[in-house]
Design a protein around this ligand. Structure first.
Ligand code: GDP
Ligand code: MN
Length: 386
């Protein structure tokens, strides 16, 4: 789950990360009032779950409260399109109104999980304010990393190493070390998957502040953070992923292709996507229905898949271990009868109660494409999708 910038800044501020003074506004009038209260020039920033807002017209500088009101009226209600959102963009319902900083230098700082190292990693760069992926590509020597070992935690010498590498020297080393340490603590205590400050600003009067902030929380830890989950803004998420989550399907991820997949087990789901690609097709989603021993759960999952306009064929690939293939078959038949799936559907069942499962499919007299083998199922699904 992602937080909005203003939520991320509130959270980080509680850990002692310095952030600019400001508040969120839902209307242009509120934005004007906040600018008055701050009594300085402000920056008005679209709150949407994307980076690159600056280039997309979602970050505006305002010298007066009237200008802040004007900027907010242009931003609130827009659909913000950036290089990360796709052409449909994201809705913007609020803006963050903050004191404008006089920025001398823009750095980059983040904490994420390094899957190869199996540890959190702190990443810092003097080349902040721009797309970090581009920096990593064009000048990888400008990216500095320190892994956070679980037994020792983030050590002060590691912070100083990053400070020296990025030119946070002299009077800046002490506050930068404190800021990095606070950032790691916030990441760990809130089960972060990414916390990113870009830019980390050094102002012309020598202050160090998080001018931007992103915070993503590991969804597997959501039960431990009810307070943060209350901040969830589903308007920023894929609607089918939201629906799947509400239906108790944790593992649904929307993808680019046109073959909808209903599979049990994450390993089989991965293998099914590989098989589809091997046969020249593209999966429209990753879906692990788990041990779904209720026809309703299958109907719920197929409803989500079938309603995706990108889906041109459906592939049901089930290996029944604890899952019973007869119950899956009942769900498939019900979903088609109820009109939730109108696309050509390929079904491959194997394992527990497969004879009964296949009998249910046969007796339904529905126009299903049957496959016995895995490769055959993938090939037929690719054919059916055209
Ligand atoms: P992003 O484009 O979504 O990453 O949004 P940011 O919050 O990073 O803002 C984009 C850019 O706007 C930053 O890199 C800064 O150059 C600029 N910016 C943001 N806040 C301020 C500010 O208070 N003062 C000045 N001068 N520039 C700012
Ligand atoms: Mn940014």
């Amino acid at each position: 789950m992602k937080l909005h910038e203003y939520q991320a800044k509130e959270l980080l501020a509680r850990y002692g990360v310095p952030v600019p003074k400001g508040r969120v506004a839902n209307t242009p009038d509120e934005a004007e009032a906040i600018a008055k209260e701050l009594g300085s020039a402000v920056v008005v920033k679209a709150q949407a779950h994307t980076g690159g807002r600056g280039k997309g017209g979602g970050v505006k500088l305002a010298a007066t409260p009237a200008e802040a009101k004007q900027a907010a009226s242009e931003i609130i209600g827009m659909r913000l399109v950036t290089h990360q959102t796709g052409p449909q963009g994201l809705p913007v319902a609020s803006v963050l109104v903050e004191e404008q900083l006089s920025i001398a230098r823009e750095l980059y700082l983040s904490v994420t999980i390094d899957n190869a190292a199996g540890m959190p990693i702190v990443i810092a760069s003097a080349a902040g304010g721009m797309d970090i992926e581009q920096v990593a590509e064009e000048s990888p020597e400008q990216i500095h990393r320190q892994a956070v070992h679980p037994t020792t935690g983030f050590m002060p010498f590691q912070a100083r190493t990053l400070c020296f590498a990025t030119g946070l020297d002299g009077d800046l080393t002490r506050p930068a070390t404190a800021l990095m340490t606070a950032l790691v603590k916030a990441f760990e205590e809130n089960d972060g998957s990414l916390v990113e400050i870009n830019p980390l600003a050094v102002t012309t009067d020598g202050r160090l502040l998080a001018a931007d902030a992103k915070f993503s929380i590991d969804d597997n830890a959501d039960f431990r953070h009810q307070d943060l989950m209350a901040m969830r803004d589903t308007s920023q998420e894929d609607e089918r992923e939201v629906e799947a989550h509400a239906a108790g399907i944790q593992n649904y991820v929307k993808l680019e292709g046109n073959i909808g997949c209903l599979v049990n087990g994450a390993g089989l789901a991965m293998a099914t996507m590989d098989a589809i690609k091997f046969e020249g097709g593209q999966p429209a989603n990753f879906l692990d229905i788990g041990t779904a021993n209720s026809a309703d759960a299958v109907v719920g999952a197929l409803k989500i898949i079938g309603s995706d306009p990108d889906v041109k064929a459906v592939l049901v690939n089930i290996f029944g271990g604890l899952a019973r293939t007869d119950i899956i078959a009942e769900g498939v038949v019900a979903a088609i009868r109820e009109g939730f799936v109108t696309q050509p559907t390929v079904v491959r069942l194997a394992g527990t109660n497969v004879a009964e499962g296949l009998r249910i499919l046969d007796e339904s007299k529905l126009d299903l494409v049957r496959a016995d083998g895995f490769a055959e199922a993938a090939r037929k699904a690719v054919e059916a999708a055209g």
